[in-house]
Design a protein around this ligand. Structure first.
Ligand SMILES: [Fe+2]
Length: 204
């Protein structure tokens, strides 16, 4: 990654968004629970890995599916912003298929879907992704994988869920969390497709 390019794109992408003025709640917070990384972390980093997973550089098309914007902050246990954390996401496409050599699904591939993105959190901890809502696949409700990396702390690997999904109560990974933990990783998206996912990142 070129951090300068990522930062510039990130700042531009945030201009005018509804969450820019939001302030973090200072004070002790529950750490975002770690969850399994699963088998589909990219085997190879894709050539385009920017914040917008709905478009691939050099291609005219747009990923199939409902576009969503995920905005949030990376915070430490005291509610302070974590700057320059690398936030990575990876997910299935609209049909529930990952772009990965281990994928055995018969669901359709989407050549216009990026599948993976990485951004650096800003000075106030903010990060943002534009993507599509992933399809559910065998045994799982819709979810997006997250990994947060800094130089100082062990990586946090977790997953984000969509409020109101009928498969949420039966999802084996989500069911492994306490109710409070489930709430902390379940995001309600508004009618414009915008949702907020703050990530509380414990120290070493
Ligand atoms: Fe997954």
């Amino acid at each position: 990654m070129n951090p300068d390019v990522t930062r510039r794109e990130f700042n531009l992408s945030l201009a005018g968004t509804f969450l820019l003025a939001a302030t973090p709640a200072l004070g002790a917070a529950m750490p975002t629970p770690a969850q399994t990384r699963g088998p589909f972390y990219p085997a190879q980093r894709p050539p385009d890995s920017d914040f917008d997973l709905t478009r691939i550089e050099g291609r005219a098309g747009r990923a199939r599916g409902d576009v969503i914007d995920i905005v949030g902050r990376v915070l430490d246990l005291d509610g302070r912003p974590v700057e320059r954390a690398l936030v990575q996401i990876w997910q299935a496409n609209e049909a529930g298929r990952y772009d990965h050599p281990r994928e055995r699904s018969s669901a359709l591939a989407d050549p216009d879907f990026q599948g993976f993105g990485e951004v650096a959190s800003a000075a106030d901890g903010l990060y943002r992704f534009r993507t599509i809502k992933p399809g559910a696949y065998a045994g799982r409700t819709s979810h997006i994988h997250f990994m947060v990396l800094t130089a100082e702390r062990p990586a946090l690997v977790t997953q984000m869920y969509f409020a109101g999904e009928k498969l949420n109560p039966s999802d084996p990974v989500l069911r492994g969390l306490s109710e409070a933990q489930r709430r902390s990783v379940t995001v309600a998206f508004d009618s414009n497709g915008q949702g907020r996912f703050d990530i509380v990142f414990a120290g070493a």
